[in-house]
Ligand binder design. Structure first.
Ligand SMILES: [Zn+2]
Length: 240
């Protein structure tokens, strides 16, 4: 009988009203991403970054060193880089935003089956570091122009090579990291059969899971920016 149906309790109604009010409040509280001097959206404030992640507007940065068969040697966290100086002052770790990290998870699982691992030289890079690098390398073939920003600043680009899981040794590749010469181009073929094979192994597995190669740097791969992900300038220490 209809009379037996209990009316929705007053307590429950109040709870619904509170939840709705909180949702409206949090939407209203999520500020717009500020534009920098070049008119680019750059998220520099950790509180704003967290709000954007919570509201689903920006995918969160995922620490990829947690993945199996992956090790990091962040070149900008030390002096073994083309600038010969430390660019990541403290607390640097390798991060990618979640869609790219999910694709990378598939990459490393497939590599592991072949007895290989992924050695990561760089991944997410704060926008301010891109500005610093541009001061030294004003060549868009090799460095990102701050007027556009970089896939690294969006957490969708990765610089990596392969290593042998048994020995831990890096596989022979055309050049070292950040070798700004033609030898680093994918079109360069005056290389040994082993090196050509190694470069192709990396290319094939990265492309299989959606990453795109960069013609001038065999080590650089980017996940498509389908979500129009904003540039990030969050310091590493704030992410920890
Ligand atoms: Zn790169």
């Amino acid at each position: 009988m209809i009379n037996n149906i209990r009316p929705v309790s007053r307590k429950y109604n109040l709870l619904l009203i509170c939840c709705f009010a909180c949702f409206v409040h949090s939407c209203a509280q999520t500020k717009k991403i500020p534009l920098n001097k070049y008119g680019l959206e750059v998220v520099s404030d950790i509180k704003l970054y967290r709000q954007l992640v919570r509201s689903g507007k920006v995918p969160g940065l995922f620490p990829i060193a947690q993945l199996p068969a992956l090790k990091t040697e962040l070149r900008y966290a030390g002096t073994n880089n083309f600038m010969g100086k430390i660019l990541y002052k403290e607390g640097a770790a390798a991060y990618l935003i979640s869609p790219a990290a999910n694709a990378l998870r598939k990459v490393v699982y497939e590599l592991k089956e072949k007895g290989l691992g992924l050695l990561v030289w760089d991944a997410y890079r704060p926008y301010s570091t891109t500005e610093e690098i541009w001061q030294e390398v004003r060549d868009e073939r090799y460095a990102a122009n701050p007027t556009k920003g970089s896939g690294h600043n969006r957490g969708i680009s990765i610089d990596c090579t392969l290593y042998d899981l048994q020995t831990g040794t890096a596989l022979e590749m055309p050049t070292d990291f950040d070798d700004f010469s033609e030898k680093a181009h994918h079109s360069f073929t005056a290389l040994s059969a082993t090196v050509l094979k190694n470069r192709k192994t990396l290319l094939d597995v990265m492309e299989k899971y959606g990453f795109k190669a960069l013609s001038t740097e065999w080590w650089h791969y980017s996940f498509p920016n389908t979500g129009h992900f904003p540039l990030l300038n969050i310091p590493f220490k704030a992410l920890r």
